[in-house]
Every structure is written in structure tokens, then in C-alpha cells.
Design a protein around this ligand. Structure first.
Ligand code: ADP
Ligand code: MG
Length: 419
């Protein structure tokens, strides 16, 4: 079990795709060439592993969430954006029912499963995600063949950028493509969520998977977790407003399987039951003060976070539709304060990254993802990306923390077939 905020990922986690800021045309062309080489390498690795060419390659991105944290399992709202970093699923259909799984970020071994398929909790380690996707589709009534899989990802793991959803969604899309299932985006997202919930054992909501599958380039995804099928695209183009969005990976590993997430989720469900509501999303902001008086001291702050956070999502959507991207800054910072003080899922590193980014001129900053480490996003004036990243790095070094890693956070496309 990982104690919140104490465990760090190893130096070997370092990946070569880091970069900062907005991307001019020349940089985009270089990025496209790099992606093409990456695709070739992944196909070559599959062929070397399995001695045959793949049927296809599918990609699914990681995500940052602009605002709306810990709201999805309360039937609430979120506003995620897909990252340019993706997980590639290189796959080939088999006819003998067997499943073979390998990841460039795994332990070097190929995990093999027989035609009986995976039982919940039976596959250890990372392979539980792809095996769980196969299991989830089978559970939904689809008759699947076996498959060979090679995974290669540029989404940092355990950084709050949702590498787990990128993995599960890439595999869901691959199995969909291999079998011609033609599932909708929300169906793919639900499949990937079920894989995490039932086969890996993480009781996550649906936000990460919806973001990975349904986000579009240049947009944030306005998600209502009660009716995920009715998601909306909201224009999000910080560069057009002379701004940039940074993701600062604190490199402090969180572990959402350690019970903290489940305890928070259970607390929210208990509060909703005490208030006689289907979910906390059903508590109108105007009734919050009365509700808080009726709740025990340990639950009241959770409810205050969820209700005010849903309000912040609505506010952010209104601002983006009005083209007031800079005004998003204070909304992000207020969201961080709520996660820190009410929901209590921040940690010294994320708090320091937020305060150092703000002191260096960021218009707003907040932790993104489940918490207990992970990444911080910062909305900064264009041209200030390097200065803000440097200020956070200096603050970390002074505090004795490992320097954070800065990633581009342009609004990239959602999951897709590449080959
Ligand atoms: P996050 O989703 O924020 O990155 P999680 O703890 O939810 O953090 O998921 C991280 C886990 O997902 C890893 O420990 C690993 O089991 C699995 N995972 C994600 N990407 C990969 C990958 N490319 N190869 C193998 N496992 C992966
Ligand atoms: Mg995850």
C-alpha cells in the first residue's frame, strides 16, 4: 500500500516526450514525424514479439481535467481535455481464444491467458487492465476471439494523467476494431470503466474513460456523469487567448487502489443517503448551508466540495463559451483550495506546485486527477511557460523534492485507429 504523498516513482519512469507550451507549425510537423516513428517502432516491437504483423494500431490519450474533480462518482460534472500523450495498442486477432499481453512499460514478460478468459481479480499487475477489457466485453454479451497485444505509451503512469484509462480505452477500441463491434464512444468508455472497477478493483467513475474516448482536438469535454451519452464539446483554445496550459507532474505517485479513494466515495454516498438524495449532484447550491448543518463533521466538507465544484464546472463552461479563457484562472485556483481544505486530497508537493506557479504569474492552478500527488495544471500567459516551470522547479529543489516534469497540455484528439 502506498501512503499518500510519500512514494515516488523511479527515475526510470522518465520518458522523452516532455516539452512545454504552445506548438507552432514547425514544432507540430516535428511532432507528427516523431509520432510516425513511434508507430513504426511499436509495430516492429509487436512483430518481433509475436512473429507476425498486427491487424491494426489504436491510440487513446491521457487527460487533464480542467475542473470538476471527484464529482463523477457523485453523478456530477467535469470538464476534461485530452493530452497529446497517448497509449498505443498494437493488436492481432487470434482464432484459438488465447490472449497474450505485453507492454513496453511492463515487466518485460508476456502474460498468457487461456480461452476461458479472465476472472475478476485473477490477473495480477498491469495485465488486469487489458484482460479486464476483454472480460467486460464478454460480460456485455459480445463473443470475442483471443488476441495478441503490445502496448506502448507516452502517458506517465500514476501521474494523475489517467494512464490507466488510456490503456483500457486503447484496448477497448482495439477489441472493438478487431471484432467489428462498432461500439459508441460512451459504450467504449463504460467497457473500460468496468474493466477498472470489476477486474482491477479500482472503483473509479467514468470521467477518465469518457475523456480518453470522446474528447476532440481544440475542445474540452463537458461531461454530465449521470447522462454520459449527452456529453458536449466546449471550445478550448488557450493559444488563441495568448495563454498556455501546463501540466506539471510532481512525480509523487498516488495509489488510488489504497482505499483512500474508496473511503471518499463511500463518504459521499453516506452523505447523499443522510440527505435523502439519489446522489450529491442533486443538492442545489442554495440548499447547501442547511444541508451542511444536518451532516456530521466528517461528511460536511466532502459535500461542500462536491456542490461548489459542480458550480465551478458550470462557471468554467460559461466562461469558455464567452471566450473568456483568462477568467478561468481563479476558478481553477478556487477548485484547488476546495480539494486541499475540504476534500483533503492534495499533498505538500501539489500545494507547493500551485503556490509557486501562481507566484510566478500563472492566472490559476490546481491539482488534477484523484489526488495524493500526481499532476498540477497551470493556466499561464503565453511566453511565461518556461518561467513558471522554472519557478516550480526551484521551489521543489529548495524544499528537497525531485524536480517536476512539465508536459504540453494542448487539447488533443480522443481515441482513434492509427493503422
Ligand atoms: P493514472 O491512471 O493516474 O496514471 P493509475 O494508478 O490509475 O494512475 O494507473 C496506473 C496503472 O495503470 C499502472 O500501475 C499500470 O498498472 C497501468 N498502466 C498504465 N499504463 C500502462 C502501460 N503503458 N503499460 C503497463 N501498465 C500500464
Ligand atoms: Mg487511473
Amino acid at each position: 500500500m502506498t501512503a499518500p504523498g510519500t512514494s515516488r516513482r523511479e527515475a526510470g519512469d522518465e520518458r522523452p516526450d516532455g516539452g512545454t507550451g504552445a506548438r507552432p507549425a514547425a514544432a507540430r510537423a516535428t511532432g507528427a514525424a516523431e509520432e510516425a516513428r513511434r508507430l513504426d517502432r511499436a509495430v516492429a516491437a509487436f512483430t518481433a514479439l509475436y512473429g507476425t504483423v498486427p491487424d491494426g494500431v489504436w491510440a487513446a490519450p491521457g487527460r487533464i481535467n480542467l475542473i470538476g474533480e471527484h464529482t463523477d462518482y457523485n453523478d456530477g460534472f467535469a470538464l476534461p481535455v485530452a493530452l497529446p500523450q497517448t497509449t498505443l495498442a498494437v493488436a492481432r486477432r487470434r482464432t484459438d481464444g488465447r490472449i497474450r499481453l505485453h507492454s513496453a512499460q511492463g515487466d518485460g514478460r508476456v502474460t498468457e491467458l487461456g480461452p476461458e478468459g479472465p476472472a475478476p481479480g485473477a490477473v495480477p499487475g498491469w495485465a488486469a487492465y487489458p484482460a479486464g477489457v476483454h472480460g467486460a466485453l464478454t460480460r456485455a454479451g459480445h463473443r470475442l476471439e483471443g488476441f495478441d497485444l503490445h502496448i506502448d505509451s507516452t502517458v506517465p503512469t500514476g501521474a494523475g494523467l489517467s494512464s490507466s484509462a488510456a490503456l483500457a480505452c486503447a484496448v477497448a477500441l482495439a477489441l472493438d476494431g478487431l471484432h467489428g463491434l462498432d461500439l459508441t464512444g460512451p459504450e467504449l468508455a463504460r467497457t473500460a470503466q468496468l474493466a477498472e472497477n470489476a477486474f482491477v478493483g479500482v472503483p473509479c467513475g467514468i470521467m477518465d474513460q469518457m475523456a480518453s474516448v470522446c474528447c476532440e482536438e481544440g475542445s474540452a469535454l463537458h461531461l454530465d456523469s449521470r447522462t454520459p451519452d449527452r456529453y458536449r464539446q466546449v471550445p478550448f483554445d488557450p493559444a488563441a487567448a495568448d495563454l498556455a496550459l501546463l501540466a506539471l507532474d510532481t512525480r509523487v505517485a498516488h495509489d488510488l487502489g489504497d482505499g483512500a479513494y474508496a473511503a471518499l466515495r463511500a463518504g459521499c454516498e453516506r452523505a447523499a443517503a443522510l440527505l435523502d438524495l439519489p446522489a450529491l449532484r442533486d443538492l442545489p447550491a442554495a440548499e447547501l448551508p442547511t444541508a451542511l448543518d444536518r451532516l456530521p463533521a466528517d461528511l460536511a466538507p466532502l459535500v461542500r466540495h462536491v456542490v461548489t465544484e459542480n458550480g465551478r464546472v458550470a462557471e468554467a463552461v460559461t466562461l469558455l463559451h464567452a471566450g473568456r479563457t483568462a477568467a478561468l484562472g481563479p476558478v481553477l485556483t478556487a477548485g484547488h483550495a476546495s480539494l486541499r481544505d475540504d476534500y483533503r486530497v492534495s499533498c505538500p508537493e501539489t500545494d507547493l506546485a500551485v503556490s509557486a506557479a501562481l507566484a510566478a504569474g500563472a492566472l490559476g492552478a490546481r491539482m488534477t486527477g484523484g489526488g495524493f500527488g500526481g499532476s498540477v495544471i497551470a493556466l499561464v500567459p503565453a511566453g511565461r511557460e518556461a518561467a513558471v516551470a522554472e519557478a516550480v522547479t526551484t521551489a521543489f529543489t529548495t524544499a528537497g523534492y525531485r524536480p517536476p516534469r512539465t508536459l504540453r497540455a494542448a487539447a488533443a484528439p480522443g481515441a482513434r485507429r492509427l493503422l
